[in-house]
Design a binder for this molecule. Structure first.
Ligand SMILES: Cc1ncc(COP(=O)(O)O)c(C=O)c1O
Length: 436
């Protein structure tokens, strides 16, 4: 612990006052620390360990690949690279058949932005304020997430954000939400000049911004606006992909097919860092006779490809995507019961197992337990809730007024009950802070 604190830096936080869990080993949905304390992992790491921890099939696949060859340059080919490309093409709908392998989510996003600009000859990228796409320069700028505000002066040019409200905090009726969301996007396109817009980049389903689901019909409308104006549609499936929402990809809940898919996280479930940008045949065809100006030393890393290929087999062999859909429904039903006990639960949104609770101080006014981009002194109650969750043996992501419920897709009903029981106990702290 001391060496970690003395010699390493921690993401997104003040370096003093860290109190991390020292994980000795992990298996299934559980993490274990050096004192033998068990934590149920209700955020699947960072919503990436979809197959659960410690799956030896991945270890075996990785070891086998390393015994054959660990690294080749991206200009060489390996059997595993071809096998993985073919498998991804089979999983992806439409003509999304060409894989450019990357290293993580941000490198998938950076390459999608670069390729969209190269392919269309246009420069602007439109994205939602309520989004996160990564922390590298372009991906950070593409994000609307306030984590980027600390480095505001470093934002890259030619990104335009638009607002997309969500139902729980929209006061003017569900049908008007769709109408107004589409109309406001149409206005942004007109203001920015449709002919200048290379792509619209959206999460397949909203993740760390609070699972702020799309209005029904919204992505279909976006797809048709893109078609109308020759704008590419890029879906960021880094968090929502690979079964998390009860489908291979989040956008499949909305009946659309994008032009590119940015992938990472659930592709290897964190066993190794890896990512992929899946591109349509139409886009790829342009580069049959034109140089494709993308490249990474670790593109198509054989060991990462082996981990990904085995991961994809596990989703299928163990019916994990079906389980995510079924367990998502189960969580929803159980949270309905929790709502009766806990006045601090304002809203619960989940698609499959990509979900979160939104806590409020008052159900009528919907005043949040902590505001958007809460300052430390506005997080006092939520920090106590988070501390209780941890004390009671759960690891999960607590942000502003949100408690994420995103366990690995292998989770059982009993384990969901165990996790919700911990959350229920911690919610007593929030309930005490209800403004009546
Ligand atoms: C939707 C989405 N896109 C992109 C990223 C960036 O991925 P990475 O941290 O692997 O760069 C994340 C990370 O949380 C994400 O949630």
């Amino acid at each position: 612990m001391q060496d970690n604190l003395d010699y390493t830096l921690f993401s997104w936080s003040k370096q003093k006052g860290q109190n991390p869990i020292a994980v000795k080993h992990a298996e299934g949905v559980y993490l274990y620390d050096y004192d033998g304390k068990r934590y149920i992992d209700f955020s699947s790491g960072l919503m990436n360990v979809n197959i659960g921890h410690g799956n030896q099939r991945i270890t075996d696949a990785v070891v086998k690949q390393m015994q054959e060859v660990s690294y080749v340059t991206p200009s060489c080919v390996t059997k595993v690279r071809g096998d993985l490309g073919k498998k991804l093409a089979a999983i992806c709908p439409g003509d999304l058949n060409k894989a450019f392998f990357t290293i993580c989510g941000a490198t998938s996003i950076e390459n999608s932005i670069k390729l969209a600009r190269l392919y269309t000859g246009r420069h602007k990228i439109l994205t939602r304020y309520q989004s996160y796409h990564g922390s590298s320069n372009g991906a950070m700028t593409a994000s609307g997430d306030p984590r980027k505000l600390a480095v505001d002066s470093q934002q890259a040019p030619n990104f335009v954000h638009f607002d997309l409200p969500y139902l729980y905090r929209w006061e003017y009726g569900e049908e008007n939400l769709l109408k107004e969301s589409v109309a406001s996007l149409e206005r942004v396109i007109a203001y920015e000049g449709a002919g200048n817009i290379a792509a619209i980049l959206l999460e397949g389903e909203s993740g760390s911004s609070g699972c702020l689901q799309y209005p029904v019909g919204y992505l279909k409308a976006v797809r048709s606006l893109c078609n109308q104006h020759g704008i590419l549609l890029i879906m960021d499936e880094v968090m929502s992909g690979f079964g998390r929402t009860g489908k291979w990809f989040g956008f499949e809940n909305h009946g659309i097919i994008p032009d590119m898919i940015a992938m990472a996280k659930g592709l290897t479930c964190g066993y190794l860092p890896f990512g992929c940008l899946m591109v349509s045949d139409t886009i790829a065809a342009k580069y049959d006779d034109t140089v494709l100006a993308l490249g990474l030393t670790y593109s198509a890393h054989p060991v990462a490809c082996a981990a990904a290929l085995e991961t994809l087999k596990i989703y299928e062999d163990d019916n994990l995507i079906e389980n995510a859909a079924a367990m998502g429904s189960y969580v929803t039903a159980q949270v309905e019961l929790l709502k009766q006990k806990h006045p601090s639960i304002g809203n619960f949104r989940t698609t499959g197992l990509l979900g979160c609770l939104e806590l409020v101080k008052n159900r009528t006014t919907k005043e949040p337990m902590a505001p958007f981009n809460a300052k430390p002194d506005e997080m006092i109650v939520m920090n106590k809730v988070a501390a209780k969750i941890k004390e009671l043996g759960m690891y999960t992501f607590v942000r502003w007024s949100y408690i994420f419920i995103c366990p690995p897709l292998i989770v059982t009903k009993e384990q969901i009950n165990e996790g919700l029981d911990i959350i229920s106990k911690a919610l007593l702290i929030a309930d005490e802070n209800i403004a009546r």
